[in-house]
Design a protein around this ligand. Structure first.
Ligand code: 2P0
Length: 327
């Protein structure tokens, strides 16, 4: 009753921003992301068969508060699915990421994906990417997109119970091996408003929210066509537009949510200038100040130099990563 799994984080090119169900973590719109290698979280889960509280350790520390509660909830769901007869008992979970939580990449995406694969396997279930994606989603929405590698779409779904809201792979990581995703760390400060609270406030108070949600399904369809053709310019343009619109919606919240820093805008402007010189580089942003540049292997060195010249203390260089897997 013990298993270890590895999962990668992901970066959305068409973003998820807003829930229609807070408890089940159901989104208002579909989203699309690239799974990012080589960054990874490794998680071991063991069901002890004993009574007592779960033991949860994340990055060398005993998990507390909200973080602990979210993991406990996910473990509880696995016990429910397994049924009382199985007597899984309390769990021991140890999780470690090889990238800093402050990188601006949702480490929770890789963490809940690895937890879902490890915990279901420890409970005796065979691999089932749909069930794993749904379980990961209950921990963190974006985690539903880290079960599979390459290019992944999280379908919004329509059902109230969330059984049709899971992610699926459209193209695997070998589809576009020369694509590069570079995280420019312009700030390591903890953000003031977490994504979960930020999206809630946006849904409740931004007058632009309905327009944002309505646009998403079309944007997902559009970007899939261009990913299929590996058309970096078209993919980059949609990713930039979508990131701007997400931030515009958040800026429309009350109080306004501004995740950008001056250095973020500097990098964005430098991207534009570099494109004028024929370098293929575009950006996207998560709910934070660190831009993620989209470029190709050919232009990678110039894109790295660009972010470094504009205040990035570090650049995390990624490429499409693979599936979450048992080790
Ligand atoms: C995304 N983000 O699509 C968007 C873009 C941030 C900006 O998913 O509340 O940690 O746990 O479901 O998944 C970050 O939000 O939020 C996120 P919860 P999550 O990647």
């Amino acid at each position: 009753m013990k298993a270890t799994a590895i999962a990668h984080p992901n970066i959305a090119l068409v973003k998820y921003w807003g829930k229609r169900d807070e408890k089940l973590i159901l989104p208002h719109q579909s989203s699309l992301s690239v799974t990012l290698g080589p960054l990874a979280v490794t998680t071991t889960v063991e069901f002890t068969g004993q009574k007592g509280p779960d033991q949860i350790e994340i990055n060398g520390k005993v998990a507390e508060g909200g973080e602990r509660k979210r993991v406990e909830e996910a473990l509880k769901l696995v016990r429910l699915e397994a049924g009382a007869k199985k007597k899984l008992g309390a769990a021991r979970m140890v999780s470690r990421g090889d990238f800093p939580a402050s990188a601006g990449l949702a480490s929770s995406a890789a963490a809940f994906a690895a937890l879902s694969v490890a915990a279901r396997s420890a409970a005796g279930f065979g691999r089932d990417t749909k069930a794993e994606s749904i379980l990961a989603r209950r921990g963190s929405g974006s985690a539903s997109r880290s079960i599979e590698g390459g290019f992944v779409r999280w379908n919004r779904g329509k059902r109230a119970d969330g059984k049709d809201s899971f992610a699926e792979q459209l193209f695997d990581e070998r589809h576009w091996p020369e694509l590069r995703l570079l995280v420019g760390m312009v700030s390591r400060e903890e953000k003031e408003v977490k994504s979960r609270d930020g999206m809630r406030s946006t849904v409740e108070t931004s007058p632009y929210y309905p327009a944002w949600a309505k646009d998403a399904e079309r944007e997902v369809k559009e970007i899939v066509r261009f990913i299929k053709r590996r058309d970096l310019e078209a993919v980059g343009e949609i990713a930039e537009r979508n990131a701007w619109r997400m931030h515009a919606t958040a800026l429309g919240a009350n109080p306004p949510l501004c995740y950008l820093k001056p250095a973020t805008l500097e990098v964005i402007e430098a991207c534009r200038q570099l494109r004028k010189q024929g370098v293929g580089v575009w950006f996207t942003l998560d709910a934070g100040p660190n831009p993620v540049l989209l470029t190709s292997a050919t232009d990678e060195a110039r894109a790295v130099a660009l972010v470094k010249a504009h205040g990035a203390s570090e650049v995390v260089q990624c490429r499409p990563g693979g599936d979450a897997r048992l080790v």
